[in-house]
Design a protein around this ligand. Structure first.
Ligand code: MLT
Ligand code: ZN
Length: 496
């Protein structure tokens, strides 16, 4: 009854159309796409602007009705799902704002705008947006801010938080805070964009942001490299990161994962043989420093015999050919001078680059063909990453003998996505998570690289955050969300 009254009040405030109660329509909002988190709700509310969001939050606060803000629903930790019957506040309608200020190299973007639409707008102005991820066609900018998404370009441009120059948001009492001028030097108090990024909808509902844009990539080259061990791949990634300023991405995969992607996506084998570990690397020309040219070299190590440049941890050295090299030549030279590379495929044209990226980007969908995986997303110091990668599968099978562990990730930042399929149910899943997160904490790592805490990991937050940090988190939440209605079942562990 009380819920009916809230829905009526919402309809009076923002109209009938944005308050959805048809179960068939709501089905697309109550579960995440992995199928791991499914909730229920009395209504999905889809305001079309910031004033509408403010009205919804104010009404929910007044009636002490919890809500879950939701963007494109591409999250992986249950942070946008109404697991305890909360109202879903969908921000997908906030798409009207998308303006690029080319002179300032910035954009003002509504929360509901897709990441791919922001890419397109930036590109039309000769610029680029620094965050990119495989879910770019369904993830919203607001959702990536709320989760501080990382993705494939953190090495070059940082995470979503690093792009933010301003934010507009509705805090827990329904008031709007807005600071979107985008002044690159602005030292006037607390940096609210930083606080809201990664707060997973617990402190405020992000309605728009001002983001920095970066120079567009003029040319890129991608390499898929095979190694005999994870340790060699990690060493190679470090050498490349320290010696190749144009390095734009460094991702790692293992043999079982690559084989699975080949099978599930009907792709051809990218290298002649199998290798224990693979690196997917990209270099990007952002300044026009490289000569124009492209091409693809599949199989074998291109550049062999012309390895006039080396990665020596201090930059690319050597004679090179007269004049400027293309990005592909630069990549080929770097790979030829890299220890441990058993084989490599390189591409310098758009089609070839996309084809090589597919082996990495399509891991998630390929793993999902086994059903809903247990998904963990952790960071390790690079020095212990190889031993972690070797230990985890045995740790998992020690608990769930039938389970399979899939490991891949953003190696330059020490990230490992640990996906486990074929487990024996929830109790076993919890024991696996306990064991893996324990191993991460013992090795000085983080239990969330980029997916956030959500509902999935809140009980393990104390592994990474001290009691006084968590107490400070609670005080910040109390200040911005006094009624405790904003995503109350996410991020913070249950109160003691
Ligand atoms: C990715 O980098 O592909 C995703 O963040 C990983 C995942 O699905 O676990
Ligand atoms: Zn990732």
């Amino acid at each position: 009854m009380a819920r009916d009254h809230v829905l009526e009040t919402l309809r009076d405030a923002i109209g009938d159309t944005p308050v959805l109660t048809d179960p068939d329509i709501m089905a697309g909002y109550v579960g995440d796409w992995t199928g791991r988190f499914v909730g229920r709700t009395a209504a999905v509310v889809r305001p079309a602007n910031t004033a509408g969001v403010a009205a919804v939050v104010e009404i929910c606060a007044r009636h002490e009705t919890p809500l879950v803000p939701q963007g494109g629903n591409t999250g992986l930790v249950g942070g946008g799902v109404p697991t305890r019957g909360e109202i879903v506040l969908s921000l997908r309608g906030l798409t009207d704002t998308l303006s690029v200020d080319a002179a300032a190299a910035q954009a003002t973007v509504g929360a509901g705008v897709l990441v791919s639409a922001l890419h397109a707008a930036a590109s039309a102005a000769g610029l680029a947006y620094g965050v990119d991820l495989a879910s770019r066609d369904s993830a919203t900018v607001g959702g990536t801010v709320a989760t501080n998404a990382g993705g494939l370009r953190v090495l070059q441009h940082g995470d979503t938080r690093a792009q933010l120059l301003g934010v507009e948001a509705v805090v827990g009492d329904g008031s709007i805070i807005s600071h979107l001028a985008g002044l690159p030097r602005d030292n006037t108090g607390y940096h609210l964009p930083s606080l809201l990024a990664g707060s997973e909808g617990t402190l405020g509902v992000v309605t728009a942001v001002r983001v920095r844009l970066v120079p567009a990539t003029r040319a890129r080259a991608v390499g898929l490299l095979g190694f005999a061990s994870v340790e060699q791949a990690v060493t190679a990634a470090s050498l490349l990161r320290n010696g190749l300023p144009a390095l734009a991405a460094a991702e790692f995969m293992l043999s079982p994962g690559l084989d699975l992607v080949i099978r599930a996506c009907h792709l051809s084998r990218p290298l002649r043989g199998r290798h224990a570990a693979y690196l997917l690397i990209e270099i990007a020309d952002k300044t026009g420093a490289y000569a124009v040219g492209s091409g693809t070299a599949v199989g074998g190590i291109p550049g062999s015999g012309t390895a006039s440049r080396n990665i020596a941890g201090r930059g690319i050295t050597g004679t090179g050919s007269a004049g400027r090299a293309t990005v592909l030549e630069t990549l080929a030279d770097a790979v030829a001078g890299l220890p441990g590379v058993q084989d490599a495929s390189l591409a310098g044209d758009a089609r070839g680059c996309r084809a090589l990226w597919a082996y990495r980007e399509r891991h998630t969908e390929s793993i999902s063909t086994f059903g809903t995986p247990v998904k963990m997303d952790v960071t390790l110091p690079l020095a212990v990453l190889p031993s972690f990668v070797e230990t985890v599968p045995a740790t998992v099978t020690g608990i769930a003998p039938e389970a399979r562990t899939w490991l891949f990730g953003h190696v330059a930042e020490g990230n490992v996505h640990v996906n486990v399929t074929g487990t024996g149910g929830e109790a076993e899943d919890r024991r696996i998570e306990d064991a893996v997160f324990g191993l991460v904490a013992d090795n000085g790592g983080s239990i969330s690289t980029e997916h956030g805490i959500g509902t999935a990991k809140r009980r393990w937050l104390p592994l990474n955050r001290s009691p006084s940090e968590i107490a400070a988190f609670r005080r910040i939440k109390q200040a911005l969300d006094p009624a405790g209605i904003l995503n109350p079942n996410v991020l913070l562990p249950d109160a003691p």
